[in-house]
Design a protein around this ligand. Structure first.
Ligand SMILES: [Zn+2]
Length: 251
C-alpha cells in the first residue's frame, strides 16, 4: 500500500471516494458549504509535465478532479512551448483545476505586498495564455509559514491560508515516501476528517521505483526530448551529414 505505484494510487483514490468529496481550494474558501469530508488533492509539478499527465489520466478514469500547480518560470519545462502547451491543455480537458506554483526564490527580498503583486502577474500570464481562470496558488519551498499565512491574494486562495492549514490534515509523498505516514493509516482518515494530499507525480510509476531511479528516468526522458527537438530544428538545413548519429554522440 505504501509503495508509490499507480495501482496503490488508484486504490487510495477509490477508497477515499467512498467517504469523501474531492474538491479544490477556491471551492473550500469561497463556498458556504460546511468543510466536511473533503479531500484536496494537489499536485505540485516541480519537474515533469509528462508525469503529471499520466496522473491526470488516471484521475480522470477514476472520475475525480485534482489541482495541478504549474510553474510559470521553470528551468525544466516551458509552459509556452508547443509540446508542453498540448500537455497542459490535455490536463485542462481532463477536467482538472490549474493553479500557479510560485517560486519565491526567483525573486529577491520581496515584501508581502511586492510578492502578492508578482504572484498576480504570474497568474495573469498563465490565465491569458490558456484562457482559463486559475484555481489557487501553492509555493515551492516556502520560507516561513508565518509569512505565508499573512498573505492574501483576493480571488486566489493559496495553500498556506489558515482555512486549509487548520481544517485539513496534510500528507505528502516527499522524496518518494509518505513523509507524514500513509493517509489511509491515519487517525484523521479513521475519523473522516478533511485531508490535504500533496502528490508529486515524478515519484509515481507502474512498479516500485527508488527516488534516484525516478530522477534518472526524468533525466533520460529530458535528454531524449532535447535530442528530438534539436533534430527537428536542424534537419531541414543539415546537408551531407548524418545528423542523428551526430546528435546521439552529444551524450
Ligand atoms: Zn514545488
Amino acid at each position: 500500500m505504501k509503495e508509490l505505484t499507480y495501482k496503490n494510487y488508484k486504490n487510495l483514490v477509490e477508497t477515499l471516494k467512498e467517504d469523501y468529496t474531492f474538491t479544490c481550494f477556491s471551492k473550500i474558501k469561497f463556498s458556504n458549504e460546511p468543510i466536511e469530508k473533503k479531500v484536496l488533492l494537489r499536485h505540485d509539478v516541480d519537474l515533469s509535465l509528462e508525469k503529471a499527465l499520466e496522473m491526470a489520466e488516471i484521475e480522470y478514469e477514476l472520475g475525480i478532479p485534482a489541482t495541478y500547480f504549474l510553474f510559470l518560470r521553470s528551468p525544466f519545462y516551458n509552459i509556452f512551448s508547443g509540446n508542453e502547451g498540448k500537455i497542459i491543455r490535455k490536463i485542462i480537458e481532463l477536467q482538472h483545476y490549474i493553479g500557479l506554483h510560485f517560486d519565491f526564490a526567483k525573486y529577491e527580498n520581496l515584501t508581502i505586498s511586492q510578492m502578492s503583486y508578482q504572484i498576480k502577474r504570474e497568474i495573469d500570464f498563465l490565465q491569458d495564455f490558456y484562457s482559463i481562470k486559475l484555481d489557487s496558488v501553492s509555493f515551492h519551498r516556502p520560507l516561513s509559514m508565518e509569512f505565508f499565512s499573512r498573505l492574501e491574494l483576493s480571488n486566489y486562495p493559496h495553500s498556506y491560508e489558515p482555512v486549509f492549514v487548520n481544517n485539513f490534515k496534510y500528507f505528502t509523498d516527499s522524496r518518494a515516501i509518505w513523509k507524514y505516514g500513509h493517509p489511509l493509516e491515519s487517525k484523521e482518515y479513521l475519523e473522516k476528517k478533511n485531508l490535504h494530499i500533496l502528490i508529486h507525480p515524478i515519484w509515481w510509476n507502474e512498479k516500485p521505483t527508488s527516488d534516484i531511479s525516478c530522477i534518472k528516468n526524468f533525466s533520460d526522458t529530458r535528454d531524449q526530448k532535447f535530442e528530438g527537438d534539436l533534430y527537428a530544428e536542424l534537419k531541414s538545413f543539415w546537408d551531407g551529414k548524418d545528423l542523428k548519429p551526430c546528435i546521439n554522440k552529444l551524450r
